[in-house]
Design a protein around this ligand. Structure first.
Ligand SMILES: *[C@@H]1O[C@H](CO)[C@@H](O)[C@H](O)[C@H]1NC(C)=O
Ligand SMILES: *[C@@H]1O[C@H](CO)[C@@H](O)[C@H](O)[C@H]1NC(C)=O
Ligand SMILES: *[C@@H]1O[C@H](CO)[C@@H](O)[C@H](O)[C@H]1NC(C)=O
Ligand SMILES: *[C@@H]1O[C@H](CO)[C@@H](O)[C@H](O)[C@H]1NC(C)=O
Length: 383
């Protein structure tokens, strides 16, 4: 009889606890006040690492916001730029940008085209830059050691462009990578030695998180991979059969792999919370945010998600944004569409500034995160 009475009370207080975590605690939690951001990733968050080699160095890149190419595969700002603005920090300098750079508020190790998994010779020969996630870790470790040394050596007046050593453990560490592993693995099977292995991708990413933790990192903000099968560059082939497409008109194969990776990544992040007891790890469902935008393009003021603002993609002919090519004897130059703010896809592979802004607005308040904390509060552990 005792149990019958006690049971509802227990249920009730468990319920209160759950509700309490969601509403009461959130308001009482102080902002993390991040003074630095360190980012690791591919072209989705590359703010200049690959600019010398991989982006068009002329217009129309960057026209919408920077008025110059600015090292980004976009007409303007990337999601990481909107995140920096939201945190009250300057745009992140690329680690590989050696001119006029300040690393006071962090550094960006992202590089267009790179993979999570280490590459080998045959991939490099295919034009993939050699800065896979393991190399980005080596670069970060060296960056931290070297800048800390220099900071301690330098006089105050020479410290202003260097990160403050005490900020490393209080910084936000972001990862946004995996798209190129999936696309390399799904490319024509005979032109690459890179076989898709989702478990290995997830393990390598966990290894990177562990490395950063060992270096003192405590707050992680991890983006999953987007719906790659919705990228126009994958859709503009003549030989796609209707049954290869999902309800949104996106290619199922790419999206299925992205979804599988995301599911395993989420499980791994949950496990990492136990392995790294002092870390706060946020898993961000970027896939869901982007897919929501794509599915609601019209209502959100955009043209169809398969349209490309800059570039020509048809019948297996790809002329990327800002490039010239001769097609059927006619030279075509691919410039910007008239109004980039109406397009989700900037260049067939990367999102426009307007789309990046939409997605950033929807993820920074935590509505696509686990746990559902705003990015300004991501240093708190909800357990
Ligand atoms: C490999 O791919 C090329 C096109 O990239 C194709 O012409 C060739 O027939 C393929 N070879 C095999 C063995 O599938
Ligand atoms: C490249 O790596 C893959 C595994 O990712 C392996 O199967 C392949 O044999 C390697 N190729 C070379 C040339 O080392
Ligand atoms: C090039 O010419 C062929 C044959 O006339 C035509 O089928 C094809 O659509 C043309 N391609 C482009 C991109 O205009
Ligand atoms: C987060 O922001 C988006 C975009 O402004 C909004 O639609 C959504 O309702 C917000 N969610 C929460 C939980 O505040």
């Amino acid at each position: 009889m005792e149990n019958v009475k006690v049971f509802p009370v227990v249920v009730f207080s468990v319920l209160l606890c759950v509700l309490g975590v969601q509403s009461v605690d959130l308001k009482e939690l102080p902002s993390c006040n991040f003074r630095a951001v360190y980012n690791f990733g591919d072209s989705n968050s590359d703010t200049g690492g690959g600019s010398a080699a991989f982006w068009p160095q002329g217009p129309p890149s960057g026209n919408t916001f920077f008025g110059r190419p600015a090292g980004r595969g976009c007409d303007g700002r990337l999601m990481i730029d909107f995140i920096a603005e939201h945190l009250g920090l300057p745009y992140l300098s690329a680690y590989l940008d050696s001119i006029g750079t300040s690393f006071r508020h962090g550094a960006n190790f992202a590089m267009g085209g790179v993979t999570i998994r280490p590459q080998n010779e045959s991939m490099s020969l295919n034009g993939v830059p050699p800065f896979s996630l393991d190399i980005q870790m080596v670069q970060f470790n060296q960056f931290k050691a070297r800048t800390s040394y220099l900071y301690n050596q330098a006089k105050n007046s020479h410290r202003s462009n260097l990160p403050r050593p005490q900020d490393f453990s209080k910084a936000l560490y972001m990862l946004d990578i995996g798209h190129n592993d999936i696309s390399a693995g799904l490319r024509k099977k005979n032109d690459t030695d890179f076989h898709l292995s989702v478990p290995d991708m997830v393990e390598q990413l966990a290894k990177a998180v562990q490395n950063l933790y060992d270096q003192g990192a405590r707050t992680f903000w991890i983006h999953n991979t987007g719906p790659m099968g919705c990228l126009p560059v994958y859709l503009r082939y003549h030989d796609i059969k209707p049954d290869e497409l999902d309800k949104q008109g996106c290619r199922k194969a790419q999206n299925d792999y992205a979804t599988e990776f995301n599911r395993k990544l989420k499980d791994r992040v949950i496990k990492l919370r136990k392995e790294l007891p002092q870390a706060a790890l946020t898993y961000v469902d970027m896939y869901a945010a982007k897919y929501k935008l794509i599915g609601n393009a019209k209502q959100q003021g955009f043209v169809d998600a398969t349209e490309v603002c800059c570039g020509f993609h048809q019948d297996d002919i790809h002329v990327y944004c800002g490039q010239k090519a001769k097609i059927n004897g006619t030279v075509i130059y691919t410039g910007s569409c008239e109004d980039p703010s109406k397009y989700i896809s900037w260049d067939g592979v990367h999102y426009s500034e307007a789309a990046n802004h939409w997605v950033a607005n929807h993820i920074i308040n935590g509505s696509f995160s686990d746990p559902p904390l705003p990015i300004t509060h991501a240093c708190h552990k909800l357990t």
